[in-house]
Design a protein. Structure first.
Length: 151
C-alpha cells in the first residue's frame, strides 16, 4: 500500500498554525484510513441508501416503494393460489382421473416419474405424459377464468 503525497492546506492568516496543523493532520489520517480500507477490500459508501444496499438488508425494509411493490406481488400471488385451489376443486369434479394424475405427479410431496404412474395405472408412459400435459392446459384455462372472471 502506497500513500499518496499529501498536500498541506493553508486555512488563512486569521487561523492559528496549531489549528491548521491539527486540521491537516486529521485530513491526512482520514486519507490514510480510506486507503487502508480500500487496500483491505472494505467498501465505502457515500449515502444512506448505499449503506442499506451494502448492509444486505432486503430492499423492502428501507424502501417504501419496494415494500409496496412486494405487498402487491404477495396479494397477486395469494389471488392466484386461491384461483388454483378453486380450479383444482372444479377439475376434480369434471375429470377425476386426470385430477388424480396431476395430484400424484405434482402434489404428492415425493418425486414420481411418468413410468411409475404408467405402471400404477396400467397405461403406456406416453399416454400418461399426454394426459398430464393436456390436463395442465385444461387446468390453466380454468385458473385463468377464476383470475379474470370477465375476460
Amino acid at each position: 500500500m502506497q500513500i499518496r503525497k499529501y498536500k498541506y492546506i493553508k486555512l488563512g492568516d486569521d487561523v492559528s498554525e496549531d489549528v491548521e496543523r491539527i486540521y491537516n493532520k486529521a485530513l491526512r489520517r482520514e486519507q490514510y484510513l480510506t486507503e487502508c480500507s480500500i487496500a483491505h477490500g472494505i467498501v465505502l459508501f457515500g449515502s444512506e441508501s448505499d449503506l442499506y444496499t451494502l448492509s444486505g438488508l432486503p430492499r423492502e425494509m428501507y424502501d417504501p416503494a419496494a415494500a409496496a411493490a412486494l405487498a402487491e406481488q404477495e396479494e397477486q400471488h395469494e389471488k392466484e393460489l386461491q384461483a388454483l385451489r378453486l380450479a383444482l376443486q372444479d377439475f376434480k369434479k369434471i375429470k377425476p382421473y386426470e385430477y388424480e394424475l396431476i395430484r400424484e405427479y405434482f402434489l404428492s410431496g415425493k418425486k414420481v416419474t411418468h413410468l411409475e404412474l404408467a405402471k400404477k395405472w396400467g397405461k403406456p408412459e406416453s399416454s400418461i405424459r399426454r394426459s398430464i400435459k393436456r390436463s395442465l392446459e385444461q387446468l390453466r384455462d380454468i385458473v385463468v377464468k377464476y383470475i379474470n372472471p370477465n375476460g
